[in-house]
Design a protein around this ligand. Sequence first.
Ligand SMILES: [Zn+2]
Length: 270
Amino acid sequence: MACSPLGSLGPHCNPPFQMGRPSPGCSCLGGALGLMGMQKSKAKPNGKKPAAEERKAYLEPEHTKARITDFQFKELVVLPHEIDLNEWLASNTTTFFHHINLQYSTISEFCTGETCQTMAVCNTQYYWYDERGKKVKCTAPQYVDFVMSSVQKLVTDEDVFPTKYGREFPSSFESLVRKICRHLFHVLAHIYWAHFKETLALELHGHLNTLYVHFILFAREFNLLDPKETAIMDDLTEVLCSGAGGVHSGGSGDGAGSGGPGAQNHVKER
Ligand SMILES: [Zn+2]
């Protein structure tokens, strides 16, 4: 199971999201982690963070430098000539969805209603909102299930992500892509915040870092994530993305000056 740089994988290479089922590969995880002396269910409930564990292991230099490729994602995310923006957004979003789903599946057996009673990242708890906009309090695995099944539904909906020649993208397409990216970001952030230890034990932190950098740079290129939303992980983003050609302003805004040449404009023009 590999989370290769997304450029090299098409949607067909990825297993479909399997809700509520153990991921392929899970069978070996218990053993691997058992050897590392990790326990599945005795961990602290997330959301209430013990001060002693506040150190963010994912920020340690020996971990942040782990990658599976030194590819310049900054170049990879730029819209290629002759490719329609929406097609580019659709294909990348779909692929990120598959990769983030896959990355989460590697630690999903450790993300339970007991270990992760809320969808927590740092001091923030995320709530799911159902179709009627009603706030749903849920555990992290439930939240991830909601995310993955709703995204799966969208990316396979021919009216939203059309694949047939001549079919148009809906006018709401970009805002749907933004929503998808926001939710996928929550999942990535949760993996770092609550499951970095397991990811490390599985030696998949290089994959996670690589995926994170690619995803963040892509989202930044097309203004798909609100900086306020991602601020929670700015410390990590700063470290991981500074060497990837994407110096992050951290702040305010609209990405002025931080995107590729003309990249932001593609979105704004629409
Ligand atoms: Zn979790």
